[in-house]
Design a protein. Sequence first.
Length: 238
Amino acid sequence: MNINFETNVFPLFHPQSVDDLKDPCPVFDGRVWHVFGSSGTVTTETWRILHATAPDLYGPWAEHEPIELPINGTGVAAPGVTHECGVFHMFIQTEFMKSGGRCEHAVSNDGFHWVVLSPAILAIPDTEEDGIYDPHPAVIGGGRYLVYSAMPKFTRVPQPDIYLARSQSDSWFGPWKRIGKILDHNDVPHHNTRDDPDYEWGIEGAQLIELPDGRVLLNATCFLPDGLRGNRQRVFLP
């Protein structure tokens, strides 16, 4: 597929039924494009799982009913989805603003109807991974990985860094072995420091992509140390 950025029209997709849309994850099943994400409102931090489809990545998009999963949590959102061998695999958080949380794993044959399996990763109390969220799947060198945000206990606001886990079966069914932290606050010079009196948030929303030459691209979001709060979030490529 070729995209002409000079003639392409943005926004790519604008939801009609909610105030806000974030965490978009486009997936091609060999026939149709799907986009999964978080739809809701930042006012109350209330989110549901968005699902839309289109014949092409640039649309037109048809928005479907939010996906309902039998998963408990105050922050069930930010799905990371991949499609392999005719099966969709969704990895999704249960919390993001407090300790605890799970990286849940659900599967689907069509992107509409889902079965929830055992969690892929659980938070580890009283460690640097006391809270986990924002899981995203990636295939690197033929291996299956999950990149995610994790944070220690906090008193003011979450301060997550970026962590990685690898499937020991080289399938999306795990079991998953934690590799550890791969990106810290101190590795991002344009990110607010932990002791900043106007600290806003940590590093989150990471994705890994294997490039054709074998290198691995990581993109994530950070928060600038200066500027108006609510307008300091940026995407960066380390």
